[in-house]
Design a protein around this ligand. Structure first.
Ligand SMILES: *Cc1c(COP(=O)(O)O)cnc(C)c1O
Length: 496
């Protein structure tokens, strides 16, 4: 370096900085574009059938550009790319998976959160953000009637379920587990209904138990766990020297919205000294709807509960939430306190979320959830969730009324059905397999068509179409349009 020391550092040339005037100008432009986008959602397709190569061709050349560029032009271009070539889960006819429409206040909350940029790993790094997250977690526990001793937000349902799984592993895995791992002592086993989401496989694998530790318990005709079969399996494992440690109950399965008999599972857990975890990622928030609440009896007896504010609280992704009953369970499982994180003035009242979960640096997810809860209120959520469920039932009824559609299940806000053409054979295995194939091809067509977006499930071994209403923009007209869209698309299929 030949220039005088410190030269040019009095007023740095910072290409990422924006003047207040520029920020205001560019930001207002973006907000205007977003408002227009939201207003125009209904008129456009749910998604466009574009190939990856077509999208890649729209992106700039490979490699980070050597020279920078103007923020306004870049944001214009980025907005055109993202708003023009996406799957719009905020579209009223998006019925796929369980990705909700996102509350607009959540988008503004994320902007505000990113602008202040608190690191919600430690209280000192995020005083108000930590307090808002703490309050959000308590509010969620309160609205679900769950006696949480502790909890935190996570990126989604998988991560929230992992938190419960790890708390269970720590609590039931023996005092040496943290130092010596899971390889010592009796092998551990966990018990889940066959309908359980695939997070359990990731958890058993990633957290050292191996997927053979999962006992997949059969379900009854309503796709709820067979408690008799569960008890027999636990007893057989005990006789074989295996240590049962965890039973998972579903508060709304991902495929069909089935709710396991949670009270009975709580009894089994108590009798066999198991950790009782409830996966309520999809369904648990339906407990706030009075007509639906009794289905969730027993949820309050769980040791841990995972829910997903980015599903039925309509927060933009990402927002999951893990709750535990025992106030010490999360710190027992996750806390290590090295010297460099010894925050001065620390006391019981200052929540350091890095000690309660897997992340170290953490974003301010709580703001969008907290603002949504306040904007809608409990009464608003009761109405929106209740309406979603009623719309799914209307969709099911509309399907039932069509001779060429076979209604299969309706649970919470998920309806499943399949296309059975009038002349199609029905009954024997070969005919059923042909119907599976037909419906699979039909689904691909429907998705590509952009008029409505459905997904699929497998019920009783059969491939079925699946519509999930987790969407405050969906109306009666939208669900009643589904059978027509399905049958019109079916007629276009080459049946040869
Ligand atoms: C969605 C879902 C998950 C996974 O949640 P993500 O937010 O996608 O990580 C787990 N369990 C159930 C029942 C779900 O519906």
């Amino acid at each position: 370096m030949s220039e005088p020391r410190g030269d040019g550092l009095e007023r740095r040339d910072v290409p990422l900085e924006m003047s207040p005037e520029e920020f205001r100008r560019v930001g207002h432009r973006l907000v205007d574009a977003i408002a227009e986008f939201l207003a125009g959602l209904r008129a456009g397709p749910v998604t466009r059938d574009e190939a990856p190569s077509a999208l890649r061709a729209l992106l700039p050349a490979d490699g980070v550009p050597e020279a920078g560029a103007d923020a306004a032009a870049l944001l214009d271009e980025a907005w055109r790319l993202v708003s023009g070539h996406s799957l719009y889960n905020g579209h009223p006819r998006f019925f796929g998976y369980i990705t909700s429409s996102a509350a607009p206040i959540g988008a503004l909350a994320d902007l505000a959160a990113a602008a202040v940029n608190p690191n919600v790993g430690g209280w000192q790094l995020s005083p108000m953000a930590s307090e808002i997250e703490r309050q959000t977690v308590r509010w969620i526990a309160g609205m679900l009637g769950f006696p949480a001793g502790d909890g935190l937000l996570a990126s989604g349902g998988n991560m929230a379920n992992f938190v419960g799984f790890l708390a269970a592993r720590r609590a039931k895995g023996g005092s040496e587990l943290r130092a010596r791992g899971v390889g010592t002592g009796q092998p551990l086993a966990c018990y889940v209904a066959r309908e359980t989401h695939t997070w359990i496989q990731k958890a058993a694998d990633l957290f050292g138990l191996g997927t053979d530790a999962i006992r997949w318990i059969d379900v009854d005709r309503d796709l709820r766990i067979d408690v008799g079969a569960l008890c027999r399996r636990i007893e057989a494992d005990r006789r074989d020297g295996v240590r049962p440690f965890l039973v998972v109950g579903n508060a709304g399965t991902v495929s069909t919205g089935a709710v396991d008999p949670l009270s009975k599972l709580a009894d089994v857990a108590r009798e066999h000294d198991l950790w009782f975890h409830v996966d309520g990622a999809y369904g648990a928030f339906a407990r706030v709807v009075p007509e639906l609440a009794s289905a969730f009896d027993g949820l309050e007896r769980a040791d841990s509960l995972a829910v997903d504010p980015h599903k039925w609280l309509y927060a933009p992704v990402e927002a999951g939430c893990a709750l535990v009953r025992d106030p010490a369970a999360l710190r027992d499982a996750f806390a290590y306190t090295p010297e460099y994180y010894r925050f001065t003035g620390e006391d019981e009242e200052r929540v350091n979320f890095y000690e309660r979960g897997m992340q170290n640096s953490r974003g301010f997810r709580a703001l969008k959830v907290w603002l949504g809860l306040r904007q809608a209120g409990l009464a608003g959520y009761r109405r929106m969730i209740g309406d979603d469920v009623r719309l799914a039932r209307e969709l099911y009824r509309a399907v039932e009324a069509e001779p060429e559609l076979e209604a299969v299940t309706c649970g919470l806000s998920i309806a499943t059905f399949r296309w059975v053409p009038a002349r199609a054979a029905h009954g024997d295995e070969a005919a059923e397999r042909r119907l599976d194939e037909l419906n699979e091809r039909l689904l691909a067509r429907i998705k590509a068509g952009g008029h409505a977006f459905l997904s699929n499930a497998v019920v009783g071994g059969r491939f079925v179409l699946r519509a999930c209403v987790c969407n405050f923009r969906t109306t009666l007209e939208d669900v009643r349009a589904v059978p027509g869209i399905v049958l019109r698309t079916a007629r276009e299929l080459d049946l040869g």
